[in-house]
Design a protein around this ligand. Structure first.
Ligand SMILES: [Zn+2]
Ligand SMILES: [Zn+2]
Length: 143
């Protein structure tokens, strides 16, 4: 097995255990909408690998996060840590009623980051944009 510490974004070069692969493919299968918590990932992956423990899920999520393969964040209603395999810069919408988290893509986040860096005279590494409101389903339900 090859290890390349100079290339943190290359998952192929890390040892992908059965557990790690299962967690990553689960996150990749529904990255667009779900933003699951560690407990939700555990429940789903345990179906395929019954011997999987919650501790193993947490350890593997930390590993994948540290390698930049997945993203970890918490700004949902319940303040739980949530995970996704969609690592391009994007914003998140959170519904104040049901807690649904949805991705919001926008054009050229790199330009916004560059402008912020220039204004502040700092080096910006990461951009987090969070939108809050009422989702379309909750609006329909209350009308
Ligand atoms: Zn809602
Ligand atoms: Zn997202």
């Amino acid at each position: 097995m090859l290890y390349d510490y100079n290339c943190p974004r290359s998952p192929m070069l890390y040892k992908m255990t059965k557990q790690r692969t299962a967690i990553l493919s689960f996150l990749r299968s529904q990255h667009a909408h779900a933003h699951p918590s560690a407990e939700e990932i555990y429940t789903a992956v345990k179906k395929a690998i019954p011997s999987m423990s919650l501790g193993t899920v947490y350890r593997n999520l930390s590993f994948l996060r540290d390698k930049g393969i997945i993203e970890e964040f918490s700004f949902g209603k319940d303040k739980k840590m949530r995970y996704e395999a969609f690592v391009e810069t994007h914003a998140h919408f959170t519904c104040e009623k049901c807690g649904t988290v949805e991705d919001v893509r926008f054009a050229r986040p790199d330009l916004f980051i560059a402008a912020c860096g220039k204004t502040l005279d700092h080096e910006i590494h990461k951009l987090n944009i969070s939108c809050k409101g009422i989702c379309r389903n909750c609006m329909k339900a209350s009308s």
